[in-house]
Ligand binder design. Structure first.
Ligand SMILES: Cc1ncc(C[n+]2csc(CCOP(=O)(O)OP(=O)(O)O)c2C)c(N)n1
Ligand SMILES: [Mg+2]
Length: 547
């Protein structure tokens, strides 16, 4: 007869088709039920943080809700950094874990509910009689609040006979937030502002993508003749790339950022306007009317002059409808947008004889397959992909770790993205520091993505971000340095092709790899020996603000 663990597995798979994790005592029966009696694919990762990261990346890459699983105690505590990232980034997923027996904690148990709560995640604990219903409640919670949710199976309950798996209701989800009568009046005024704007500008973030606002935003841009741009997490949301300035903030091209300061009306959709997007307050000029549309209770930046609370897609569509007959400003057609989006080409080598990361990024950008998903770890190097590699839509550039400002979540993002987009090439961009931290899941990345996987390691033999922020302040450098690690060799040891890149010509290996069919090539890791002396503009901005 099915166990409680089987009830969880069977109910989960009605809503989820991928589970990532590491096995142990606490989830053995759950995994057994999953493997033996469901069609769901279980993908093994090598560190429990990687299970949560993979489920997170799966969702961000457009695959829908996924689950991670870990055993109790040490397995669970290994997930906490990744769980905190998913909380802060508003990514729904289900984390199925073992937990202490109902009779009370054993010497090796910890208070898992308190630990999950401390990073912002709620736990639902299944009992013998309610496992199916509790599983649905956890799914409903994850999707409604857009948060990771823990589903705990007490050790003594896991293998209890629970009888036939009962039907469970479908999760019910909230409708998109409709504007209140006050917000509707504000929409009329914003339409009026846009109708009379000479230099209208639209900015969209990940919230707009999650709301499915891309099409409505495209209509609004056409109706107003607005120039557009996005946040780092919203890149590619506007359908007409030829009128888009790319990313705002420190990753933005300087001439493009200067143009934004000349806008007379700026409307922001689904973007939290953090200090990076806002260039530490410099993004807009004081004369610009800044309107923000979001579901947050109130405006999230002091430069916002008018706030409209509502779902980005609903409000964008209402504005586009109101402006359908109006004459567009003509602003976007009067500007050579492509010329404003350019970045410095860099030199082949920096003065210290190591690679200039700008020219490496530019050449890799030209060689990357069009159908790709880029996943990024955190560190100084994040500027290079964000500046030099174009993004087709927000589900094709993921930065798992940046919301919680964690490094070391790069390699396990690869299997999640690879399974969410089964035809795309998954490109990891990582530092040597974050790469070493995530190393356990180099094996998972190579195994799962295989010939569809590419890793670019920006190997500066340092925690470069720390050198740039604290080395420059004169702090002791030794803790900021890393011996030069042979990542190409590490990659080969798990079955990948590893290439040490010391000159731009060494990137011919990428050209040759890209020309082969994915089924006929292994995962490729490019170990790029870059100079730490070329500091990305976004980091220079942070250095300026901090000093
Ligand atoms: C888990 C975690 N530990 C430490 C840090 C502090 N930290 C931020 S960036 C960074 C350096 C990352 O080094 P690397 O991956 O080599 O990238 P680089 O900065 O050299 O480009 C460190 C240690 C962090 N953000 N997260
Ligand atoms: Mg480094």
């Amino acid at each position: 007869m099915p166990t409680v663990s089987a009830h969880v597995a069977h109910t989960l798979v009605r809503h989820i088709d991928h589970v990532f994790g590491v096995m142990g005592n606490g989830n053995a029966h759950f995994l057994d039920a999953l493997e033996r009696s469901t069609d769901v694919a279980f993908t093994a990762v090598r560190h429990e943080a990687g299970g949560v990261v993979a489920a997170d990346a799966y969702h961000r890459a457009g695959g829908g809700l996924a689950a991670a699983t870990a055993t109790y105690g040490a397995g669970f505590t290994n997930t906490l950094t990744a769980l905190a990232e998913a909380v802060q980034a508003h990514v729904p997923l289900i984390l199925v874990v073992g937990d202490e027996p109902t009779s009370g904690p054993r010497p090796w148990d910890v208070d898992q509910i308190a630990l999950a709560s401390a990073v912002g995640a709620r736990t639902y604990t299944v009992g013998r009689a309610d496992a199916a219903a509790t599983t649905v409640i956890a799914i409903e919670h994850a999707l409604s609040y857009r948060v990771p949710t823990v589903l705990a199976i007490p050790y003594d309950v896991a293998k209890l006979d629970a009888g036939p798996v009962p039907p469970a209701p479908q999760p019910t989800l909230p409708a998109p937030l409709a504007p209140s009568p006050f917000a509707r009046a504000a929409i009329g005024e914003v339409a009026d502002l846009l109708a009379h704007a000479e230099r209208p500008f639209l900015l969209a973030g990940r919230g707009a993508w999650v709301a499915g606002a891309g099409g409505a935003l495209g209509r609004l841009a056409d109706a107003t003749g607005a120039v557009t741009a996005s946040t780092a997490l919203g890149r590619g949301i506007f359908p007409r790339g030829e009128f888009d300035l790319g990313v705002t903030g420190g990753f933005g091209a300087e001439p493009a950022m200067e143009l934004i300061r000349t806008a007379d009306v700026a409307v922001v959709f689904g973007a939290g306007l953090n200090q990076f997007t806002m260039r530490f307050g410099e993004l807009f000029a004081p004369g610009t009317h800044v309107v923000q549309v979001d579901t947050a209770p109130a405006a999230t930046h002091p430069h916002v002059g008018r706030y409209v609370r509502g779902d980005a897609a609903v409000v964008a569509a209402a504005l586009a409808d109101e402006l359908a007959g109006a004459a567009p400003s003509g602003w976007r057609e009067s500007i050579d947008i492509a010329a404003l989006r350019t970045y410095e080409a860099g030199d082949p080598l920096a003065p210290d004889g190591r690679l200039d990361p700008r020219s490496v990024a530019a050449r890799i950008g030209r060689l990357l397959p069009e159908d790709r998903v880029v996943v990024s770890d955190g560190g100084h190097f994040i500027g290079w992909a964000n500046m030099y590699w174009p993004v087709a839509s927000p589900d094709r550039m993921l930065m798992v770790g940046t919301a919680y400002q964690s490094i070391g979540l790069g390699f396990p993002s690869v299997p999640g993205a690879a399974l969410a987009q089964p035809d795309a090439v998954v490109v990891l961009t990582t530092g040597d520091g974050g790469g070493l931290m995530a190393l356990a899941d180099l094996e998972s990345a190579v195994r799962v993505a295989a010939g569809r996987g590419l890793a670019v390691v920006w190997n500066d033999a340092a925690y470069g971000a720390e050198v740039n922020l604290y080395g420059l302040q004169g702090l002791a450098r030794e803790p900021m340095l890393i011996p030069e690690v042979d990542f190409a060799g590490l990659a080969r040891s798990v079955g990948a092709e590893g290439v040490v890149v010391r000159s731009l010509d060494d990137l011919d290996a990428l050209e040759a790899w890209a020309a082969r069919p994915a089924s006929d090539r292994p995962f490729l890791l490019l170990d790029c020996r870059i100079s730490g002396d070329v500091v990305a503009p976004y980091q220079q901005e942070i250095i300026r603000v901090n000093s």
